[in-house]
Ligand binder design. Structure first.
Ligand code: ZN
Length: 383
């Protein structure tokens, strides 16, 4: 077989023809591709802006890297098990220009045109793992979480062994989901420093207002602890905010007219290990396929935080809507152990009602806190 024929077959196989040009960083204008191809950078001439003596990449190296991303999210319909219906593909086709745009590959026009015309497929379909019906890892996480949410709200709350996946056979089993959520949350571990001030608010009667103290402003005793966003009924958590305004907005309007609003400051007396849901990692671009794992995690964390911090109508249904976050919190409080062997003391989460407001909920974890007391939190006084 001649060299030309062999090259043609190779190009057919990989679905693109080689472009024998070089491109500089500015004309490529895709920082993730430039970063992933650092080892291939050389000194030369850019064929697009015609500048000389600057770092450039051979365009065929860009193509190699680019097609790794294309094949992660798309496939040639001929090789993806695509259904053929009434003389055409039964799945929407996407032309190569749109594929490049969807991947945020937006270099100088001439390079985008070169790459599009060297493409041997031209009409692609969305696919995962090379199959039109495949599911991307990030979607799989979200499906699995929504199955978990539905299960703990409406099917079973404590024992998941007999739950079978409903929609997708490779969904993460409900029984595994808490462990997987914890693994993802481990990316967000941080500490709250000794001396940090935190605030709580309550509606008090005039009588109570006159004798405001730690027991009035702290969490209720366990006999009176109702269910909250993060805690199951009967297990009091220490809800607080990092500023008094958020603490006040969080408790809403008083249910009785004769009650007045009171806020108090507390101080953290020992370092707290917490999961910080208020600072989520940025989602890496789809083209950065070396950061695919991070992308899946970041997308999941966003959805997870949105789901457990959403505004909930307090019409009785909150007792069901709060269940998924309660189950996750109890798992983090009671079962999760950090890589260094320590346990988690609480969760920082954005306020659902106060923009920019940040909350801190502290668990009554057995080792440090007595069952319904929080000895490492000191009452400072009204705020
Ligand atoms: Zn250039």
């Amino acid at each position: 077989m001649g060299g030309a024929k062999r090259l043609w077959m190779e190009e057919e196989e990989r679905r693109w023809g080689t472009i024998d040009k070089c491109v500089c960083e500015a004309c490529l204008d895709t920082p993730d591709l430039w970063r992933m191809l650092t080892a291939k950078i050389r000194n030369g001439v850019c064929d697009y802006c015609e500048l000389e003596g600057l770092p450039v990449l051979p365009v065929h190296e860009v193509q190699v890297q680019l097609y790794k991303a294309i094949f992660t999210y798309y496939a040639d319909p001929q090789h993806a098990g695509t259904p053929w219906v009434d003389g055409q593909w039964g799945v929407k086709q996407i032309d190569i220009e749109d594929v490049l745009a969807e991947l945020d590959f937006l270099p100088v026009d001439e390079l985008a045109e070169d790459i599009a015309s060297a493409d041997r497929t031209q009409l692609w379909i969305k696919a995962a793992h090379g199959h039109w019906a495949g599911v991307q890892d990030d979607e799989l996480m979200l499906y699995s979480w929504s199955t978990f949410v539905r299960t703990v709200k409406h099917q079973t709350r404590f024992h998941f062994q007999r739950i079978v996946p409903e929609r997708l056979e490779d969904e993460i089993p409900v029984s595994e989901m808490l462990r997987v959520v914890a693994e993802n949350l481990a990316n967000l571990l941080t500490t709250v420093a000794v001396g940090t001030r935190i605030y709580r608010a309550r509606h008090l009667s005039q009588d109570e207002l006159a004798r405001i103290d730690a027991s009035l402003m702290g969490p209720p005793p366990k006999e009176h602890a109702g269910a909250g966003r993060m805690n199951p009924a009967g297990i009091p958590y220490f809800y607080s905010a990092f500023d008094p305004r958020t603490a006040v907005v969080e408790i809403g309007d008083p249910s009785e007219d004769n009650k007045a609003l009171a806020a108090a400051a507390f101080q953290v007396d020992r370092i707290l290990n917490v999961v910080d849901l208020s600072k989520l990692p940025a989602v890496p671009p789809a083209l950065a396929i070396d950061r695919r794992r991070e992308r899946v995690t970041a997308k999941f964390l966003r959805k997870f935080v949105e789901s457990i911090t959403q505004k909930v109508q307090k019409d009785g249904r909150e007792h069901v809507d709060y269940v998924p976050s309660q189950v996750v919190c109890e798992y983090m409080a009671q079962a999760y152990v950090m890589p260094n062997g320590q346990t988690i003391d609480g969760i920082i989460y954005p306020s659902a009602v106060s923009p920019d407001g940040i909350n801190l909920v502290i668990f009554p974890s057995g080792r440090w806190f007595e069952q319904d007391k929080f000895p490492d939190i000191t009452y400072l006084g009204p705020a």
